[in-house]
Write a protein that binds this ligand. Structure first.
Ligand SMILES: C[S@@+](CC[C@H](N)C(=O)[O-])C[C@H]1O[C@@H](n2cnc3c(N)ncnc32)[C@H](O)[C@@H]1O
Length: 490
């Protein structure tokens, strides 16, 4: 499709809309791509002119076909396996062996990795291959490998796992032999084993909330967000960096791409290391709330979330202000400070279910899933019919890879409230991951129907900032991703 000039005011407003919804800045040299995408959209969706198209985009939800088409058109999805040899060498030779040895010594065989802006999945699969090399006892490990992107078409390709020869240009021969099968026309398909070890989900780094147990972006050991920030507005980069910091366990690592130059002001809470040609960031043991105001760029204040539970306190409940303080700290991802406030509240004699549930949430976000489960069970012992407690328990069990028990807790949540949309969603993911595709899609459709029926701005339980309308948009993206992968084998 040729790039047709657009009226300057419309072009400007389109760039503005893209920046607001995705964080992506369209630079001058990318304007032709935008113009081509618009020309294609006009004929594809039958809008009279660019102004009509803009109006439709504005009125439409983030999951509308127009919006999807625009995102697919303007996002640059170039990726390949084992991209950036220096970083890959650091991961293979240093980061992984050290972490694996430490986890073995602690008898805690768990590892959590997120590829944010995963495109067609090459980055996440590369990590899965490195892990396969180094974990002969892989089945003993609790591995969480998550890839997320804003482009549902890319996610569907990642799920399918079929790649051109060009994507494998930096792949070591041994990995190629072990993890790929060659199909016709120089197409390579990734092994089912590897596909079973990774998950892909829709997440817009600009709009969606993280860390969140719901999107499994909490308590991470490593985040890869490479070659994504190059297209972002600096203010948005700063905000995403702050949230990444909160997603990592203390001492966890963040890898950016070599061209992702960011302001030093956005590095608060991270130590910058470099090794040969690779550089990486390590999260320091410091709560975001303790980092000086000046170090963080200004972000809009978050509304204080609603209490996570409606469980009736059984004894000496704390004053509301104390709960509000804890909820505020949890909402700001200040997990350690929240734990301190919870201990203070309990030391004052509050022996009720709620502080235990708060503790479970903070511990889970710090990667201390086993302790979190104990705290959650203790809260449920006092409030057996608390749907929020059962849902939290399910999320913790998922972190511990105890799927059957997690499923039981999800079903218990749904027994207590059949409109608990996040429980339907988690059940869908669980079913999908154990190969029950039909049931998974059905559960996801149930979740979507509930999210669409609910008041759009009604907030969800776990995710600060995510309401039912946003949840519905995410569900539509993910349904598209799963439904378009007819060869889905898990
Ligand atoms: C150049 S690719 C990088 C792929 C991979 N990380 C790598 O380095 O090979 C950039 C990816 O970022 C994704 N992206 C752009 N804006 C995003 C946003 N707001 N949220 C999530 N992903 C985004 C794009 O869709 C694209 O797939």
């Amino acid at each position: 499709m040729p790039a047709t000039a657009l009226p300057p005011a419309i072009e400007e407003q389109l760039c503005q809309l893209v920046r607001e919804r995705t964080g992506i800045r369209i630079l001058d040299h990318q304007l032709d791509t935008l113009r081509r995408t618009v020309a294609d959209a006009l004929s594809r969706f039958g809008h009279g002119d660019a102004a009509d198209y803009l109006a439709a985009l504005r009125a439409a939800r983030a999951s509308s076909p127009e919006h999807e088409h625009l995102i697919a058109g303007i996002t640059v999805g170039e990726s390949y396996f084992f991209r950036d040899q220096a970083q890959m060498a650091w991961l293979r030779e240093q980061w992984l062996p050290e972490l694996i040895a430490r986890r073995r010594a602690e008898n805690s065989l768990s590892l959590r990795i997120w590829s944010a802006g995963s495109s067609d999945g090459q980055e996440l699969y590369s990590l899965a291959m490195l892990l396969a090399e180094q974990l002969p006892d892989r089945e003993q490990w609790n591995l969480h490998l998550l890839g997320t992107d804003i482009n549902s078409e890319a996610l569907a390709r990642a799920l399918r796992g079929r790649y051109s020869e060009w994507s494998l240009r930096a792949t070591p021969e041994a990995a190629r032999k072990r993890h790929f099968r060659q199909e016709k026309d120089r197409v390579w398909s990734i092994s089912a084993t590897l596909r079973d070890h990774v998950h892909f989900a829709y997440l817009n780094l600009r709009e969606d909330s993280f860390p969140s147990m719901l999107s499994e972006t909490n308590a991470l050991d490593l985040i890869l967000c490479r070659n994504v920030f190059i297209y972002f507005d600096p203010a948005i980069v700063a905000e995403v960096m702050r949230k990444f910091h909160a997603c990592l366990v203390p001492g966890g690592h963040l890898l950016l791409g070599a061209s992702d130059l960011i302001d030093s002001g956005t590095l608060a809470g991270f130590a910058l290391h470099s090794l040969d040609n690779a550089f990486y960031l390590q999260s320091q043991v410091v709560e975001p709330a303790r980092i000086s105001e000046a170090a963080w760029p200004r972000i809009p204040p978050q509304p204080v979330p609603q209490p996570v539970s409606h469980a009736t306190p059984t004894a000496a409940p704390a004053p509301a202000s104390s709960y509000e303080n804890i909820i505020g700290l949890l909402g700001r991802e200040a997990w350690r400070e929240a734990l301190e406030a919870i201990s203070e509240c309990q030391a004052r004699g509050d022996d009720s279910a709620l502080p235990r549930q708060f503790r479970a949430k903070a511990l889970a976000n710090l990667g201390r899933a086993r302790e979190a489960l104990e705290a959650c069970d203790a809260s449920l012992a006092l409030a057996a019919d608390d749907k929020h407690g059962h849902f939290l328990r399910a999320l913790i069990l998922l972190e511990l890879h105890r799927q059957p028990a997690a499923e039981e807790s999800l079903r218990r949540t749904l027994f207590l409230d059949r409109n608990f949309v996040e429980a339907h969603y988690q059940l869908a993911l669980l079913q999908m991951r154990r190969g029950a595709r039909e049931s998974g899609i059905k559960s996801m459709k149930n979740a979507l129907a509930i999210a669409e029926r609910a008041r759009p701005d009604r907030r969800l339980h776990d995710a600060a900032g995510r309401d039912h309308e946003r949840m519905a948009a995410i569900l539509r993206h993910e349904l598209r991703m799963y439904e378009s992968d007819t060869g889905y084998r898990k």
